[in-house]
Write a protein that binds this ligand. Structure first.
Ligand code: CIR
Length: 253
């Protein structure tokens, strides 16, 4: 059960955020409305949501998920691989410290963005991506092992972050698309396959008794409903323009 989440209000500077999506520049005012609806959805799942103020210096800072890994046993402040995102880690530290007495950190030359980390019970899959390097993954797994967790790496080929293409819904059920559908490292899971044309919906989150997923992906929604989950859809179109999925917008713990 999650009881809390941390989010960060998008700043006006989000329009200069990193993107490969080719979907145009986000509409800042619409993004604010969508962000507010996202917070309400988390609250309806029973979470107390702490809303951090916009950080204009970091255009991608609303994607707080990438800056820290919070598990039931430990908190790790990451070291983003994107140079424009490096300072975000320092800025999340104060918020995380309020909930975890001790913080672990990934140190250069290691880089990790936590969108590359998928928690499946006690085991953590870590994507090796353009943002998370082998040294970062090594540090992270060593830290996790100190707390009795385990970890392993998955090399990414197509997607930005591991959780861009795969999401764990608990109960051994894994939502997956593209390169992850037949991945040997994920063979033990029941795969809920998302068709290519709706691959954006492969990033969704299980929050207590519901699955939160992006609005506008009926095939994906049907598949998750068929797996017997209660679903809430949220329009996050403006964050998609920055390659950001629904999971990226919060730290849940
Ligand atoms: C970036 O490229 O870093 C941001 N525009 C999007 C980050 C999305 N985060 C995630 O997938 N965990």
């Amino acid at each position: 059960m999650f009881t809390r989440a941390i989010v960060r209000t998008p700043g006006r500077s989000m329009i200069t955020g990193l993107s490969s999506a080719d979907l145009g520049i986000p509409d800042y005012h619409l993004a604010l409305k969508q962000h507010a609806a996202y917070i309400r959805a988390l609250e309806r799942c029973g979470l107390t949501v702490e809303v951090l103020p916009a950080d204009e210096e970091h255009p991608d800072s609303t994607f707080v998920e990438d800056t820290a890994l919070l598990t039931p046993r430990c908190a790790v402040i990451t070291n983003p691989g994107a140079p424009t995102r490096r300072g975000e880690s320092a800025n999340i530290r104060a918020a995380v410290t309020r909930h975890y007495p001790e913080l672990e950190e990934i140190e250069s030359p290691g880089t990790v963005e936590a969108g590359d980390i998928m928690m499946t019970g006690n085991h953590f899959h870590v994507g090796l991506s353009a943002r998370t390097n082998a040294e970062g993954a090594r540090q992270l797994i060593a830290l996790l092992e100190r707390y009795g967790h385990t970890g392993s790496v998955i090399e990414l080929k197509e997607v930005l972050h591991l959780k861009t293409g795969v999401s764990y819904l608990e109960d051994n059920n894994l939502v997956a698309c593209g390169e992850f559908l037949a991945h040997p490292a994920l063979r033990r899971f029941n795969i809920i396959a998302i068709p290519d044309e709706e691959s954006y919906a492969a990033n969704c989150i299980r929050v207590n008794d519901r699955v939160l997923m992006p609005a506008g992906y009926p095939l994906a929604e049907g598949k998750i409903l068929s797996a017997d989950y209660a679903v809430t859809t949220i329009d996050v179109s403006e964050f998609r323009k920055l390659d950001g999925g629904l999971s990226c917008l919060s730290l849940r713990f």
